[in-house]
Design a protein around this ligand. Sequence first.
Ligand SMILES: C[S@@+](CC[C@H](N)C(=O)[O-])C[C@H]1O[C@@H](n2cnc3c(N)ncnc32)[C@H](O)[C@@H]1O
Length: 226
Amino acid sequence: MPRILAAEIMDDPGQSEADFRAALDGLETLNRITFAHAPLRRFLDEVVAESGATSLSLLDVGAGGGDALRAAAAWGRARGVALDLWGLDRSPWAERHAMERGTPARWITSDLFDLPAERRFDVVMCSLFAHHLDDPTLVRFLRWLPAHAARSWLILDLHRHRVPWAAVWAGTRLMRMHPMVSHDGPISVMRGFTRADWRRLLEEASVAAEVRWVLPFRWAVTGRGG
Ligand SMILES: C[S@@+](CC[C@H](N)C(=O)[O-])C[C@H]1O[C@@H](n2cnc3c(N)ncnc32)[C@H](O)[C@@H]1O
């Protein structure tokens, strides 16, 4: 299947705050039932095991409702690692939503490419964000990550494959999720990636990274800070 960049409602600036926030709640539910934050915890374990760090700053790009940041905070408490957490999202509604959900993070409401060049974090991550970008912007993002991560960076995103497409199509309808989630979910899978895509994009960006397939039908792409 080719990468099809059909439009997601979530990217439409004309949507309402209520719909956007309902979609963030739907995403949080999907993240919870698919154990989407497990690879983030494993990644943080590896960063700490390798570096011996007892404190880390972490930026979540396209942080949405902040549930990955809340998962990171729980990991930090369990592991005794002090985390300085930051969310970045271009939508002001994301910040409001994340704060109301008690996300223990500071927030930057901005397009990621407007972040000042000197702004760096130990770790930069994103989850279900990369598929929102077209290929040339993704290449730019792959170069942006090591420029803003002092130690390591992580991309978590979808594997473009018939199985997750069918599961998301059926699951979001069976669970009667918000119409934006049942519309955007299967499109997100079609905007997702194969291993060959990652090889091509990383080569084009001249960035070294490890590409791992993780359950359920996702990619964990990790690289070192610049
Ligand atoms: C599908 S949501 C993912 C939210 C969250 N990471 C999750 O896993 O549920 C993608 C988020 O990326 C944000 N976004 C899209 N393009 C962006 C950009 N260029 N800069 C910053 N945020 C962006 C959107 O506002 C949206 O909240």
